[in-house]
Design a protein around this ligand. Sequence first.
Ligand SMILES: N[C@@H](CCC(=O)N[C@@H](CS)C(=O)NCC(=O)O)C(=O)O
Length: 241
Amino acid sequence: MVTPSKDISTETMSQIAKSKENKYELLYFPFHGVLPALRAMLAISGADYTFTHPVDWTKEKPTTPFGSLPVLYETDPTSGHTLELAELSAIESYLGDKYGWMGDNLWERAQIQMYHSSTQAVFDKWVTTVVRAPKENKEQMTEIYLEKILPEWVETHERILQGRRCNGHYVGDKFSIADLKTATTIDNLVSISGDRFLSREKTPAIFAVYDAVEKMPKYAAWKASSEWKAYDELNKKLFGF
Ligand SMILES: N[C@@H](CCC(=O)N[C@@H](CS)C(=O)NCC(=O)O)C(=O)O
């Protein structure tokens, strides 16, 4: 694991952050978890990156900013300095800004973050209400999720995207981190609920976003890779989806 540089000025850090020649290490557990969109961002960015995993998490945990993963390490090959960034949404917005997936202006950026946040929340609620529920409450929590939480997300996002004439994008005519978050979350939501709420017939506008992302050649190549499949396998084994 690389060690983040200390004692460099924020001005130097900001200069380093601008370069697309840097080398990234993204530290997370060896399954998809909350990372399908973030890993896909690096996979389609064209950047030099590796996905790393903790060897002994108990020992490594206190070395991370908040005791949790993911953490992104970004090294400037010229100076050898390494930047460290934690918190999923901060990392996704940072890479989104750097690679042009946050719209074309301040308002588009705000809209993209709004849709992205809503979709991240529907997945986080699954983790907090169902995955982490005590065994005896799991069935009841699953029902709450499927009766209330998920349908609300599906209805609101389908309505919003219908308003965009099903063009496969949340904002403008361009791919953004909001599109990617929805596309990667759909895989999980369909595993969880089958076609009860989400299908090409019931939610064509949401699936237009899904299909637009799936058609991106670099994204398709990433999903077909042995690395992606290994994360998928462990995810299914540990969490059932
Ligand atoms: N607020 C953090 C939460 C991340 C989080 O919950 N990470 C979990 C894995 S999905 C973790 O690190 N768990 C191990 C631990 O807390 O020791 C973020 O958005 O990045």
